[in-house]
Design a binder for this molecule. Structure first.
Ligand code: TXA
Ligand code: MG
Length: 344
């Protein structure tokens, strides 16, 4: 408080702070990118925090605003598959097939990087992650800008990814960020990441709503798993996508916990009677994914002490959703969460 000036009457003068702007003005967004500044962009998966992918100083601002460790590389977003040649070498036939079948769409490919890709994009690795997002406003922005952008999800490191402009405002309330308003994201969960590196089997690095089986059909082979490889996927920490409140996951639950009004609930269509604020996202994976992060933001601000998340079934259509929920929550403790802080 020492730096805040007091008026003679003793009242505190509020220092004016920056505020984000939500807009549909693509030219204003292009201007910011050209000036080496950041723009929050809509994609079909989640909102991204974009910077000119050839401008290391601009990219450094992305890391700084997100408070993201420099060891965590970024995805390059392109307007068309032929832009990939500016970023990758030794592009295998399999990559061309996936681009033709799935782009624009929620699929990121990890390919051997060209030597001139800035090290701040790849975190010093010799591979680069790249995708063509499926959002008309975003593609229009990329085409008018005429260059690729890097875009991690537009949230502070380790917190919930945004799927509306309003979520981005909540993440960076005191920045002067320009947020391009493309409405709510249609997919709602981050892209599927597949690596297609030379001398490595094709590998699923991050599950997304584009199913593993769909990728395998196009490739004509089975994908290897992310673990058991030298390929680093530094963003895939155990805990991630986490709400600001304690959050626990469960499959079965005691009736007395359901009666605790201090707990908020995220359910998946199995009709539990609970006392606290509840959001039931239903039992269709696509509809669930679209609303998942918005539901976590809502529960975070519903005045509860903690959030209880009912895990959806352990089946392939729910893979990406279960992955995000496992990272956002801890296992439900043996004692009721509401009793944890109480003296015994
Ligand atoms: O749907 C998405 O992919 C969103 C939207 C904005 O496009 N972006 C996104 O970015 O999720 P981010 O930064 O939150 O996650 C990028 C992930 C990280 O886990 C990172 O480690 C991985 O991509 N990644 C980036 N470059 C890589 C590389 N060269 N090799 C392996 N993994 C890489
Ligand atoms: Mg992220």
């Amino acid at each position: 408080m020492g730096a805040t000036p007091a008026t003679p009457s003793g009242s505190i003068r509020v220092r004016p702070t920056a505020m984000p702007t939500i807009t549909r003005d693509i030219d204003a967004a292009v201007e910011r990118l050209r000036a080496g500044e950041l723009v929050a962009i809509p994609t079909e998966t989640v909102y991204g925090l974009a910077a000119d992918a050839r401008n290391p100083a601009a990219i450094a601002r992305v890391y700084a605003l997100k408070q993201r460790p420099a060891s965590n590389p970024l995805i390059v977003h392109v307007a068309a598959p032929d832009w990939v040649d500016d970023w990758a070498v030794e592009i295998p036939d399999a990559a061309r097939r996936l681009m033709a079948a799935c782009w624009p769409g929620p699929l990121t490919l990890v390919l051997a990087a060209r030597a001139d890709v800035p090290a701040i994009v790849t975190a010093g690795q010799d591979s680069v992650a790249i995708r063509q997002p499926d959002h008309p406003l975003c593609l229009e922005l990329l085409n008018r800008f005429g260059r690729a952008v890097v875009a991690p999800s537009a949230n502070r490191y380790m917190s919930i990814s945004p799927t509306t402009p309003d979520h981005v405002v909540r993440q960076f309330p005191e920045s002067d960020l320009l947020i391009l308003d493309g409405g709510p994201c249609a997919v709602g969960v981050e892209s599927t990441i597949v690596s297609l590196l030379p001398d490595e089997p094709p590998r699923l690095l991050r599950p997304g709503m584009l199913a593993r089986a769909a990728v395998e059909r196009i490739l004509g082979c089975v994908l290897a798993d992310a673990h058991d490889t030298s390929v680093r996927v530094p963003g895939q920490h155990e805990r991630h996508y986490a709400p600001a409140l304690p959050a626990w996951r469960f499959t079965d639950i005691d009736a007395d916990r359901l009666a605790d009004p201090r707990l908020g609930w995220l359910l998946c269509g199995q009709g539990l009677e609970v006392a606290g604020p509840t959001i039931d996202l239903g039992n269709d994976p696509d509809a669930y994914a679209r609303r998942l992060y918005a539901a976590l933001y809502r529960l975070e601000h519903s005045g509860v002490d903690g959030i209880c998340v009912q895990l959806p079934p352990d089946t392939e259509p729910w893979r990406a959703i279960r992955d995000r929920l496992q990272r956002a929550t801890l296992p439900m403790p043996e004692v009721a969460p509401g009793d944890l802080e109480q003296p015994r």
